[in-house]
Design a binder for this molecule. Sequence first.
Ligand SMILES: C[S@@+](CC[C@H](N)C(=O)[O-])C[C@H]1O[C@@H](n2cnc3c(N)ncnc32)[C@H](O)[C@@H]1O
Length: 237
Amino acid sequence: MAKDTTGRMRVTVKSGGRMKLSSKLWLERQLNDPYVAQAKRDGYRSRAAYKLTEIDDKFRLLKPGMAVVDLGAAPGGWSQVAAKKVGAADGRGKVVAIDLLEMGEVPGVTFAQLDFLDPSAPDRLRAMLGGGADLVMSDMAANTTGHRKTDQLRIVGLVETAAMFAAEVLKPGGAFLAKVFQSGADASLMAELKRDYASVKHVKPAASRKDSSERYLLATGFRGGAARNEAAAGEPG
Ligand SMILES: C[S@@+](CC[C@H](N)C(=O)[O-])C[C@H]1O[C@@H](n2cnc3c(N)ncnc32)[C@H](O)[C@@H]1O
């Protein structure tokens, strides 16, 4: 075991050549990641739980009694954090979650294994919600193809579809949080969000790996119904 640049002990994996280099590097990163160790200690399904916790500590998004939608929820770290903060397990708040993959049960969370891009997804989610939402959050990440332009289009497509869905289900004053990558949201989506929400910003929590281009778009103060339509009507055609 050697020390890293911060003086912490660093684990190296000796695979004797039986492991692919990418697998060895992934395993070393997991073993040396303080958030992975912390998640294990705190009983969270993923280190991603700390990204939401940090964003929530700073912007106070989650409150008891709220209704939350978690898009791309597996393995469930964000759902766990949201369920705890809104009081979903004791019936005060509500968390509905979907993912392409299966997800083990999280107390208080209503889950469906579903592709968000499937045309039936918005109606299924609305039925699960049974009313408006206070927060729509998406940590969805499309599988990469290695072709930069295609990957970028897929990411933008997911964020735009999530934003459209959020605008349909959010209550006035609600918030939208979504994973974007380096490029952030594109200009037309930013313009729409700025029209629809009181505040729009990009955030990079400390738990988001420094070497990753991942960041989050946070839009708060959804103008909702009438106010939103008035703002749109005032815009030049
Ligand atoms: C980074 S993980 C989410 C981690 C999660 N927030 C947590 O705290 O455990 C991204 C997830 O998005 C899901 N995903 C990607 N595209 C999706 C889609 N079209 N519909 C539903 N889920 C999707 C993936 O299956 C993956 O589980």
